[in-house]
Ligand binder design. Structure first.
Ligand SMILES: Cc1cc2nc3c(=O)[nH]c(=O)nc-3n(C[C@H](O)[C@H](O)[C@H](O)COP(=O)(O)OP(=O)(O)OC[C@H]3O[C@@H](n4cnc5c(N)ncnc54)[C@H](O)[C@@H]3O)c2cc1C
Length: 406
């Protein structure tokens, strides 16, 4: 493993640093330092700045609005943005750029790529993910939302659940059963469905943290044009897997930057309230430090694999399992470091329900308790820890497949 970046990646790093110096105020100490409303407004403005400078969807080909950068250059860009405490995209872009956009680059028709990818980058279209259903989460292929052709349109009936940011989206990518007679993985189609229509109803779900980031989505005779299929009809399972690879593994090389900054903040907290002197706290902090370092090297290994093969393989599951369980443990430790103070939730809650609070966030109880709630969710979304272990056991280690009901 060569731990040095190539010269062209370092040249890009210098350009990104100069760009950030020019764009951010001298007093900038990270998004987390802004009050919540200001931070939300900043994210929207910042996304526009990134867009205008061609810094969104950077690995996409230029003819679809991307910058044609290599995966290595993309990592360097995201690393530098994370180091300066600015986001690499807006919240919906997790679904728009990272998931459906990247999937369209691989599976989309020429017309889909030319029409949809630039609209994703400009922010004209915002996407949400219609995978999970009340009866299909880990067993995603057991989904029962149906789609049938009616003239030149698909008509969808069913229910999706846990649909994050559905109220902010004007499109949903959804999996639907299009052949009820085929084996369950073979009768599924990947469809693109407009949200703004009478057949789509969105109902928010209130979470433990008090936020309502995710929703139920009811599809009752919802319609979409025949051409809004990605990949083959009844062949949506392979498309769905490509998307899950991006969902699980995209940030493998850059996550450790954020987690390291978060851990430094926890050490500072333990120093300030004296818990650092407790031997068990010291041991647990040291273990977390080692795990972030392992995550960093794991990230390099995954990146090297992507550079060599051009694709994210089952390593995406290793990354997802590793960071989510680390984060659950470190935030649990944070609550122990806070002690009884953790019961008084004061300050600004994290802006997003995903991963670490933003760099620069105050060392408040609200930040850590919020991060703890979200960290529990991290071991569930994008496939639970048990599901990742099954994937790794079966596809990487070649262990016997777990028994499945007939
Ligand atoms: C914050 C958050 C955001 C989300 N956003 C979205 C979204 O935008 N769109 C979307 O489609 N979904 C979303 N989800 C849903 C998520 O993908 C599912 O929650 C997840 O796939 C698990 O499914 P489930 O909740 O139905 O649990 P189940 O599948 O019912 O699992 C229950 C428990 O059983 C275990 N289990 C299940 N099968 C096995 C097995 N074979 N072996 C061992 N253990 C097993 C699981 O690990 C889990 O502990 C989100 C979830 C969260 C928490």
């Amino acid at each position: 493993m060569d731990l040095h970046y190539p010269a062209e990646a370092e040249a890009l790093r210098a350009r990104v640093r100069a760009f950030l110096d020019a764009r951010l105020p001298p007093s900038w100490s990270g998004l987390g330092a802004l009050p919540r409303a200001e931070a939300e407004a900043f994210v929207e403005r910042w996304r526009q700045v990134l867009y205008e400078h061609g810094l969104l969807g950077v690995s996409w080909p230029k003819e679809y609005g991307g910058a044609g950068l290599t995966p290595m250059e993309q990592v360097v860009l995201v690393e530098e943005l994370a180091r300066r405490g600015v986001p690499a995209m807006a919240p919906n872009d997790t679904f728009s750029i990272k998931m459906v956009g990247n999937t369209l680059v691989k599976w989309g028709t020429e017309a889909q790529k030319r029409h949809l990818l630039p609209r994703i980058l400009s922010g004209e279209d915002r996407w949400c993910q219609g995978y999970s259903e009340p009866g299909a989460g880990s067993d995603l292929a057991g989904l029962s939302t149906r789609a049938v052709m009616d003239g030149d349109e698909w008509v969808l009936d069913g229910q999706k659940v846990w649909t994050s940011l559905a109220r902010e989206a004007n499109w949903m990518f959804a999996l639907a059963r299009t052949d009820a007679t085929a084996p369950k993985h073979r009768g599924i189609t990947f469809l693109l469905v407009p949200m703004d229509q009478p057949g789509v109803m969105v109902r928010p779900i209130r979470m433990l943290s008090g936020e309502s980031e995710f929703n139920e989505v009811f599809l009752t005779g919802a319609r979409t044009a025949a051409e809004n299929v990605v990949g083959p009809v009844n062949g949506g399972w392979a498309v769905a897997q490509t998307l899950l690879g991006h969902e699980r593994g995209e940030e493998a090389a850059t996550n450790p930057v954020l987690f390291r900054a978060e851990l430094d903040r926890l050490v500072a907290l333990a120093r300030s309230n004296g818990r650092i002197c407790h031997p068990v706290v010291r041991d647990r902090l040291a273990a977390c430090y080692a795990r972030v370092e392992i995550m960093r090297f794991l990230g390099y290994r995954i990146l090297t694999g992507v550079l060599r093969s051009g694709a994210l393989g089952p390593e995406a599951s290793i990354a997802k399992l590793y960071w989510s369980e680390y984060h659950r443990d470190v935030t649990r430790l944070a609550l122990d470091v806070l002690g009884a103070d953790a019961q008084l939730v004061e300050g600004r809650l994290p802006l997003r329900a995903y991963r670490a609070d933003d760099p620069g966030a105050p060392n408040s109880t609200a930040s850590w308790v919020g991060a703890f709630y979200n960290a529990v969710a991290g071991t569930i979304y994008a496939g639970t820890s048990e599901v990742q272990r099954n994937i790794l056991a079966e596809t990487v280690l070649g262990l016997p497949r777990e028994p499945r009901p007939a």
